[in-house]
Design a protein around this ligand. Structure first.
Ligand SMILES: NC(=O)c1ccc[n+]([C@@H]2O[C@H](COP(=O)([O-])OP(=O)(O)OC[C@H]3O[C@@H](n4cnc5c(N)ncnc54)[C@H](O)[C@@H]3O)[C@@H](O)[C@H]2O)c1
Length: 303
């Protein structure tokens, strides 16, 4: 995959920034595109500042690249029930426009979807890509709408598009104040002697995956040439919020927890079957405890 030009749309965000650094480490020709000011200017990652919603600019700029990672979303699971028109009116429409501008090329695109929200509440766990997605919030549904539009481009225009249904990533660069990231919130708040808020009884189960593993999977997905379109990107293991707290305490950190009312936007249990992505990326995923230790070490070093 060397020799190709890669771009990460949203390259300054949590996943985008980690992905850019990961690709740079592999010697990939990588550009980060974001509307926010430069975060990566280490010479290995080129940076372009611009607006994803600027049609003329995006249409011309995107032609330069062979591989596009689409990591921009204007909504998140926490705010999407108020801001859903941004999702349907802007994210969905703009992604379709972008596809229409590149559909007759041989570019590859990886869209960052949300394994944590597209499926909704499912009886059968771990959840495989074949299960019928039934999102319970607009964020998950916007992702699903975009996935469906991309699938049509893939079928009708023989585009090389992959959909990455990422579970619950955590690690360096995350910012829980944006509305997602329980591990980030719990660890940082505990380190600042602040109370950790849990909506519900703490037995909601999530499939946490260390961010570097996500980056490795995304890279492999960009080079994948098979017929599969949708991939869960996950650890395949479930950890409850109460267990996250226990793991943090096991690091010698005091945690004060306050349990609040359950939120309707949260599903009860979410473990994603990761056999498909592992068939491409291998089995070397970071166990949760090790990822937590790595992230704790990073936070101590980067106070
Ligand atoms: N973080 C998660 O837990 C998670 C899980 C699954 C999927 N995802 C998806 O992965 C993608 C990246 O997530 P993230 O957590 O890194 O998000 P993030 O909010 O940290 O980063 C998004 C980046 O996009 C940029 N951006 C937003 N609007 C833009 C615009 N108009 N023009 C240019 N840049 C713009 C922002 O400045 C930001 O740097 C999103 O699509 C998200 O829905 C995230």
């Amino acid at each position: 995959m060397l020799g190709k030009k890669y771009i990460v749309l949203g390259g300054n965000g949590f996943i985008g920034r980690n992905l850019c650094q990961y690709l740079a480490g592999l010697g990939v020709d990588i550009t980060s595109f974001d509307r926010e000011k430069i975060a990566l200017d280490n010479g290995e990652v080129r940076f372009i500042q611009g607006d994803f919603f600027d049609d003329d600019y995006l249409q011309e700029m995107i032609q330069e690249y062979d591989v596009i990672f689409h990591a921009i979303s204007t909504i998140n699971p926490g705010n999407s029930n108020e801001k859903y028109m941004n999702g349907y009116g802007r994210d969905l429409v703009q992604t379709i426009k972008m596809c229409s501008w590149i559909k007759d090329t041989d570019k590859s695109m990886v869209f960052l979807s949300s394994g944590g929200t597209v499926y909704g509440n499912q009886e059968l766990q771990p959840i495989s890509e074949q299960m019928l997605p039934l999102p319970i919030n607009h964020y998950g549904n916007v992702k699903l709408c975009i996935e469906n539009a991309l699938r049509i481009f893939q079928i009708q225009n023989a585009m090389n598009i992959r959909i990455a249904r990422i579970s619950n990533p955590f690690g360096p660069g995350q910012d829980y104040t944006k509305g997602v990231g329980f591990v980030d919130a719990a660890l940082k708040r505990a380190l600042e002697n602040k109370t950790v808020e849990i909506w519900g009884d703490g037995e909601n189960i999530r499939d946490y995956i260390y961010i570097e593993d996500v980056c490795g999977c995304l890279y492999q997905l960009a080079g994948y040439k098979g017929s599969e379109i949708v991939f869960n990107i996950s650890s395949g293991k479930g950890v409850s919020q109460n267990q996250v707290i226990q793991y943090i305490r096991a690091l010698g950190i005091d945690v004060n927890v306050e349990y609040k009312e359950t939120r309707s936007v949260d599903v009860r249990k979410m473990i994603l079957d990761n056999r498909k992505i592992r068939s491409i990326c291998g089995n070397n995923l970071t166990p949760f405890e090790d990822g937590l230790k790595l992230y704790y070490a990073y936070l101590k070093e980067n106070k």
